[in-house]
Design a protein around this ligand. Structure first.
Ligand code: GDP
Length: 534
C-alpha cells in the first residue's frame, strides 16, 4: 500500500531512481592538517555549492565549531552542524558529509561513515599514514566502502611517489591504482599525467586561492630535453606501477579491493578537478540499502532513511536538537509525516533543514543519498529508522571501541534525580557510552568515549540542560573489549581492569593497556574477548 497523497504530483519511481543516480554521498577521512578544509574549499570551486551562504570557509567555520557547541558563541547559531555540504557538478549532486576531526573527534566521526557511499582518504605527502587516518580507514573497511586515495601537498617536499604507493598498498590492504601521477618529486610539482584522459597537464605557477587551477595540456615532446625529462620519469614510474598493480577496475574499486590514487596540491586547487570528475564518473551512487532483516530497500520504494547523527544543546536557549537523516529510498518532502520504526510513533517534518555552515535553509525535497536535518525532533536517536508508508528497520550503527574513560558523579548529591535523567538521555542519544557495575554503583557510573570532546559536551549539557553539574574523574584505562555470554562468576574488577555493563546489556571489559588485557586473557582462558564495533 503506497499512500502518495502527501507527495507533490505523483513522483514516479523513475524520477527517484534518476535522482539517486545523480547523487554521490561521500566523506573525506584524514588526519588533522592533511588538508581536509583546503580540499573542501577547492572542491567547492569546481562544484558550486547548491546553497552558498557561509559555506566551507574552512578553518574559520571549523574553529567556530567547538566554541559554538560549548555555548560561547551561541548568538551565531549552530555552526557546528555543517553536517553535510551539498555541491553540484556536471549535473551530479555531491553530498560531502563532514567527519569532525581535531579536538572534536568523537564517535560521531565514525558514525557519519554509516551515512556515506564512498570515502576520500586524504594523505599528506610528507607524512604518509597518520593515526587518525588509520582509525577512520578501519571503519571504512568494515563498512566495505569504496575508497579514493588523494596524496595532498605535492607542492611541498615529501615522500617518494613510488614509496607512497607501496605504503598505501600495505596499509590499506587494497591495490593502489594511480589515475594521476605527478611530474616532479614532491616539492617540485610540474604537473600531472592524467591516466583517464591520457594527457599531460602542466601546473601553472599560480598561487591557490579563489580560482580553479589553470590547466594547460602539453606534449612533453615539445619541451626542451631537460624539462621533458621530468615527464619521462613520471611516465616510467607510472608504467612501473601499472605493470605491477594493473589497470583500474570499477568493480574492484566498488568492492574496496582497489583504491584509485590521485596526487594533488589542494592549496593550489591542482589535481582537484580530477577528483571531482572521478567521483562523478566512477563514484558510487546510492544503492538499495540492506535492512535489519537482510532484505534490500529498493531506492524507488516509499520514503525511508536513518538517523546517523544527533546534535543537541547547541543552542540551549532554543533547546535545539537536530537529528541528521540520511535518505535511503523514496523522496523526502517537508511537511511529510514519517514514522520512527523504534517507537512506532509518527511525527511531522515541518522543520526540515539543510544545515550549512551557519545557515539553515528549509529543505523542500530530498532524494536518496541526501542529508536532511530535522530540527527539534527530540525523540530521535542515532540509528533510528524512519519511513513514510512502508515500514523498514535498518541495521543499528555499531558502537565503537572507546579509548577514554572517566567516572561521573553529581556535584550536588541533592540533584541525583536530574543527574540520572541526564546521563540516561546522553546515553540514549549516543553522546557517550555509559558503563555500570555494582562496584561503581549508580552514583558514579563510567563514561566511555573515543574523543575528549564527548566528555566536554556531556559535562556541558549536564550543567546547562539537566541542571545537574557533574564532576568527571579520569580513569587510566585505554582499551575495551566485549565479552559475549559473560559467565556470572567474573569479578567486577581485576588487576589493571574492570568489567562493566553497557546500557544495551553488553558486558564490556576495560583494560589499562594491552599487557593488562593479556594478563586477563591468561587468567580467564575460557572468556572470549571481542573487538567492539568489528
Ligand atoms: P585540515 O586540518 O585537514 O582541515 O587541514 P587544512 O586544510 O586546514 O590544512 C592544513 C595546513 O596545510 C594549512 O596551513 C593549509 O594551508 C596547508 N595545506 C593544505 N593543502 C595544502 C597543499 O596542497 N599544499 C600546501 N603547501 N599546503 C597545504
Amino acid at each position: 500500500m503506497t499512500n502518495t497523497s502527501t507527495l507533490s504530483e505523483a513522483i514516479r519511481p523513475a524520477t527517484i531512481a534518476e535522482q539517486a543516480r545523480r547523487r554521490r554521498t561521500f566523506a573525506v577521512i584524514s588526519h588533522p592538517d592533511a588538508g581536509k578544509s583546503t580540499l573542501t574549499e577547492a572542491l567547492a570551486l569546481y562544484a558550486s555549492a547548491i546553497q552558498d551562504a557561509g559555506v566551507t570557509h574552512g578553518k574559520s567555520s571549523r574553529h567556530g565549531t567547538v566554541s559554538d557547541w560549548m555555548g560561547m558563541e551561541r548568538e551565531r547559531g549552530i555552526s557546528i552542524s555543517s553536517a553535510a555540504l551539498q555541491l553540484e557538478y556536471r549535473d551530479t549532486v555531491l553530498n560531502l558529509v563532514d567527519t569532525p576531526g581535531h579536538a572534536d573527534f568523537s564517535e560521531d566521526t565514525y558514525r557519519v561513515l554509516a551515512a556515506v557511499d564512498c570515502a576520500v582518504m586524504l594523505i599528506d605527502a610528507a607524512k604518509g599514514f597518520e593515526p587518525q587516518t588509520v582509525k577512520l580507514l578501519e571503519v571504512c573497511k568494515q563498512r566495505g566502502l569504496p575508497i579514493v586515495t588523494v596524496v595532498n601537498k605535492w607542492d611541498r617536499p615529501g615522500l617518494d611517489a613510488l614509496g607512497l604507493i607501496d605504503q598505501i598498498g600495505e596499509r590499506t590492504d587494497m591495490v593502489p591504482v594511480p589515475l594521476t601521477w605527478p611530474a616532479g618529486i614532491a616539492g617540485e610539482f610540474e604537473g600531472l599525467l592524467d591516466v583517464r584522459t591520457a594527457s599531460s597537464i602542466a601546473l601553472e605557477a599560480v598561487e591557490g586561492g579563489a580560482q580553479p587551477a589553470r590547466e594547460t595540456t602539453i606534449d612533453p615532446a615539445d619541451l626542451d630535453p631537460h624539462a621533458a625529462q621530468v615527464w619521462d620519469v613520471a611516465s616510467e614510474e607510472l608504467g612501473l606501477v601499472a605493470s605491477s598493480n594493473g589497470d583500474f577496475d570499477a568493480e574492484a574499486f566498488a568492492a574496496a579491493q582497489q583504491t584509485p590514487v590521485l596526487f594533488a596540491a589542494a592549496a593550489r586547487n591542482f589535481g582537484v578537478r580530477q577528483l571531482v570528475d572521478l567521483l562523478v564518473d566512477l563514484g558510487s551512487a546510492p544503492t538499495p540499502r540492506v535492512t535489519a532483516d537482510g532484505a534490500h530497500r529498493p531506492l524507488e520504494g516509499g520514503f525511508s532513511g536513518f538517523v546517523f547523527k544527533v546534535q543537541a544543546g547547541a543552542n540551549t536557549a532554543h533547546r535545539d536538537h537536530i537529528a541528521y537523516l540520511r535518505i535511503c529510498s523514496g523522496v523526502f518532502e517537508r511537511g511529510m509525516v514519517i514514522t520512527n520504526s523504534r517507537t512506532g510513533r509518527p511525527f511531522a517534518t515541518k522543520y526540515a533543514h539543510r544545515v550549512l555552515g551557519r545557515e539553515r535553509e528549509a529543505v523542500e525535497q530530498a532524494w536518496p543519498g541526501d542529508v536532511v536535518g530535522l530540527v527539534n525532533a527530540t525523540s530521535l536517536r542515532v540509528g533510528d529508522s524512519l519511513y513514510q508508508d512502508e515500514p523498514v528497520t535498518f541495521p543499528e550503527i555499531p558502537h565503537f571501541s572507546p579509548e577514554l574513560f572517566v567516572t561521573v558523579r553529581a556535584k550536588d548529591p541533592g540533584r541525583y534525580k536530574q543527574f540520572r535523567r541526564g546521563i540516561e538521555q546522553l546515553d540514549h542519544e549516543g553522546v557517550i557510552q555509559v558503563l555500570r557495575s555494582e562496584l561503581r554503583g549508580d552514583q558514579a557510573p563510567v563514561l566511555a568515549a573515543v574523543g575528549q570532546l564527548q566528555f566536554e559536551v556531556a559535562e556541558q549539557r549536564m550543567r546547562t540542560e539537566f541542571n545537574a553539574p557533574v564532576a568527571l574523574e579520569q580513569l587510566s584505562y585505554t582499551l575495551a573489549r566485549r565479552i559475549p555470554a559473560a559467565p556470572s562468576s567474573l569479578p567486577d574488577s581485576f588487576r589493571g581492569g574492570e568489567i562493566l555493563r553497557r546500557s544495551d546489556g553488553e558486558c564490556i571489559a576495560i583494560f589499562g593497556d594491552r599487557w593488562k588485557l593479556g594478563h586477563f586473557a591468561d587468567a580467564f582462558p575460557d572468556v572470549t574477548l571481542e573487538l567492539i564495533g568489528a
